[in-house]
Each structure stands twice: as structure tokens, then as C-alpha cells.
Design a protein around this ligand. Structure first.
Ligand code: ADP
Ligand code: MG
Length: 375
């Protein structure tokens, strides 16, 4: 009898051990990739319990992202929704009542302008659209040349640069005081008919932040959100392999998969694995994603409001923070200025770190950045 009891107990303990062994590792990792959001590639890695696996999270996350995408869309209007496009359509016409998320991004961006020297200016749209058109036209020209001559051509684009007059004229419509916000009515008004809102510098970071909240509310414990390089972490990594934090690395702006030069052949900056814990985020603005090279000079999509031309100081700026909307906003602001000015801007913010890769490929860190490296 005693022996039986011991046996039963032993079996019970074994079962409990096995079960607990399972529950310590009961989450499985799923990575969902979306190609139709925010003009970039978005991926969301989540850890799900077996019960959650059939809950349709892949589609649910897609729906969430699509709804943010529509709200921040500057090119299309949607029935029954006031978005960035609607605000621009109503420049000089009427204030537009908007949803809280859009209002919040705009208010936040305006409020942080002083601390950041006006370097991230969300009403720079009249200027940024000139450069977007220029880059598209260069890209089309290159595509045509490639088709005509086959691979490997290296022709110099003949598309004319925007003229100084055109840029100066556009710059007249970028004074933030022309953007009028009414907190009570939650309306946004571009009082200058030529002014254009462009929230491209902050939207992806803000959406990553909101999506992390959405996931937590929907019962997801652990996720790594990456919206075109805007990374936001929710919870601890649950792989069950003893490493409970996520990691990321800083991309090498010089990366060229075809090169044998060690400075170029590595996709990431060497020895720079960063440890990312719950709520951490990492955002990079770089001149190696959307750009054209002409005459040895790189023209990217990051425009210096002070000159009206693509900024030349940096190759990339990476920000570590806990709020990815702020990180995105700051990554753009710091891209426009030298490292010392960037450090001065950072002094207004607590717990925010930066890594700069200058246009000469020198790497600089803010004082606490290296503490965040995994090794
Ligand atoms: P990415 O979109 O590559 O992640 P950013 O977050 O830095 O990079 O945002 C760049 C986008 O922001 C540009 O495509 C443009 O629409 C807009 N933009 C460019 N320069 C500025 C600026 N100085 N201030 C505000 N927005 C800018
Ligand atoms: Mg940004």
C-alpha cells in the first residue's frame, strides 16, 4: 500500500515536472511579414501559447496595421476617414477633425520642435515632395537605362536637380506656426494653402508603439515589432533557451553583398549586438535605403530644413529609447546635425541613447549607449 502510494506520488510528480517543463517552454515563435503597409516591409514576431495559435493573430495584426496605414496615408483618401491626405486637401480651406492617434502624432511633433532645433519638421511636405519627385524620376531614368543597356550600366542620371528658386518658394510654406491645432475640437488646420503635412519621420515609430499596446491588450506576452527598421519590444523573449531578451544590430551603411572589402561585406556593424528588453525600442534613420548617388554625393530622403537639400552630415543615426515615436522623431532630427549638436538635443531627454555613423563612416556613441551592448 505504502509502495503504491509512493508510486502514485512519483508518477504524479513526474507528470507535474513534465508539465511544468512544457509550460516553461510552451510558447512558440511566429513571424508575420506584411508588404502592403507604410511603404515598407513590416514584420511582427510573436510568442504564442498553444491555445493562441488558432486565434488568427496574423490577420488581426494585419488589420490593425492597415487601419494605422490608412490614417497616416498622405496619398489616398478613404470613405468616412479623415487622414493626412484629408488634412492636406483642406490646407487653407478648413480645420479637419481627426482621430486621437493622428492628432497625438501631430501634437507631439510640434511640442518637441524647440528641443530638437526644428530639425524634424512635419510641415516640410512642400519641400520633401519636390525631392520625392526628383528621386522617383532619377529611379525611373535609371530603370529605363538598365532596360536599354542590360545589367551593369553605370550611367549618370541627367534628371535636373530641383532649382534653388523652386526650393526657396517651397520653403516659404514650412513654418510650423501655420499649423493650427485645436485640442478641444481635436482639429488640425494648415492655414497656408501651400503647406503640406508629412509625418513620414515619426509615423512608423508611433505606430510601432501603438501596436505594442494593442498586442499586449490582445493577450500577447512577447513580441518584436519591426516596421521598416523601427523596432519595438514587448515583454521578455520566450524561446526557452535561457536568453530572455531580444537582440538587434546596427546596419552597416556601406553594406554591399557583392563586395569583398571587409568594410562593406558585413551587413551589420561589427560587435554591436544590442540587448532589447520589454518596452525598449531601436530606430534608425539612414541614407542607404532611399537615395540616389550623383557625382559621388549621396542624396537621400532625409531633408535638412535649414538648407532645403538632403542632409549630408550622417550616414545613419540609431536611437535607443522606450518610446518608439520619440525615437523615430529623434532619429530624423539628429540626422541633420553634427554629433555635438545631437548630444545637446539628447540632453533634453532622459534614457535616450544614440549611435551615429557619420558620412565619413566614423562611429560615435552617446555616453550610455555601450552599456546596452549584449557582449
Ligand atoms: P525612414 O522613413 O527611412 O524610416 P525617417 O524616419 O527619418 O526615415 O523619415 C524620413 C521621412 O520623413 C522622409 O521620407 C520624408 O517624408 C520625411 N522627412 C524628411 N526629412 C524630414 C525632416 N527634416 N523633418 C521631417 N520630416 C522629414
Ligand atoms: Mg524618423
Amino acid at each position: 500500500m505504502k509502495r503504491d502510494l509512493r508510486l502514485i506520488l512519483a508518477a504524479f510528480l513526474l507528470a507535474a515536472l513534465l508539465l511544468s517543463g512544457c509550460s516553461g517552454n510552451s510558447h512558440s515563435s511566429h513571424t508575420f511579414v506584411y508588404w502592403d503597409i507604410l511603404d515598407t516591409v513590416c514584420s511582427v514576431q510573436v510568442y504564442l501559447t498553444p491555445e493562441q495559435e488558432d486565434d488568427g493573430y496574423e490577420d488581426w495584426i494585419h488589420e490593425r496595421l492597415l487601419s494605422y496605414h490608412r490614417l497616416f496615408d498622405a496619398y489616398n483618401g478613404y470613405e468616412g476617414l479623415n487622414n493626412v491626405y484629408t488634412i492636406n486637401q483642406n490646407a487653407g480651406v478648413a480645420p479637419v477633425p481627426v482621430e486621437e492617434d493622428l492628432y497625438e502624432v501631430i501634437r507631439f511633433s510640434v511640442e518637441n520642435m524647440e528641443e530638437t532645433g526644428g530639425n524634424t519638421n512635419i510641415v516640410l511636405g512642400s519641400v520633401t515632395q519636390i525631392w520625392k519627385a526628383f528621386m522617383n524620376s532619377v529611379a525611373e531614368e535609371e530603370e529605363r537605362a538598365r532596360k536599354a543597356a542590360g545589367e551593369g550600366i553605370d550611367s549618370v542620371p541627367t534628371t535636373a536637380f530641383p532649382s534653388e528658386e523652386e526650393l526657396e518658394e517651397a520653403a516659404k510654406h514650412t513654418d510650423i506656426s501655420g499649423l493650427l491645432l485645436d485640442e478641444e475640437a481635436r482639429t488640425v488646420y494648415l492655414s497656408d494653402p501651400e503647406m503640406r503635412l508629412d509625418v513620414g519621420a515619426v509615423a512608423k515609430g508611433y505606430i510601432a508603439e501603438k501596436l505594442a499596446d494593442d498586442l499586449a491588450e490582445a493577450g500577447i506576452e512577447s513580441a518584436c515589432i519591426n516596421l521598416g527598421g523601427n523596432i519595438k519590444i514587448l515583454g521578455k523573449r520566450l524561446a526557452g533557451d535561457g536568453r530572455d531578451y531580444y537582440t538587434s544590430a546596427i546596419e552597416n551603411p556601406r553594406y554591399d553583398p557583392d563586395s569583398e572589402d571587409p568594410e562593406e561585406s558585413s551587413r551589420y556593424l561589427n560587435d554591436m549586438i544590442l540587448r532589447l528588453n520589454d518596452q525598449d525600442c531601436m530606430v534608425t534613420s539612414g541614407n542607404y535605403e532611399r537615395f540616389v548617388d550623383i557625382g559621388g554625393i549621396r542624396y537621400s530622403h532625409l531633408i535638412d530644413p535649414a538648407t532645403g537639400w538632403p542632409a549630408q552630415e550622417m550616414s545613419s543615426v540609431t536611437i535607443l529609447a522606450q518610446d518608439s515615436g520619440l525615437a523615430d522623431y529623434l532619429s530624423t532630427a539628429l540626422f541633420m546635425v553634427d554629433v555635438d549638436t545631437g548630444l545637446e538635443i539628447l540632453s533634453h531627454y532622459e534614457g535616450v541613447e544614440a549611435c551615429w555613423v557619420t558620412s565619413d563612416y566614423e562611429v560615435h556613441f552617446s555616453p550610455g549607449f555601450e552599456d546596452r551592448l549584449a557582449q
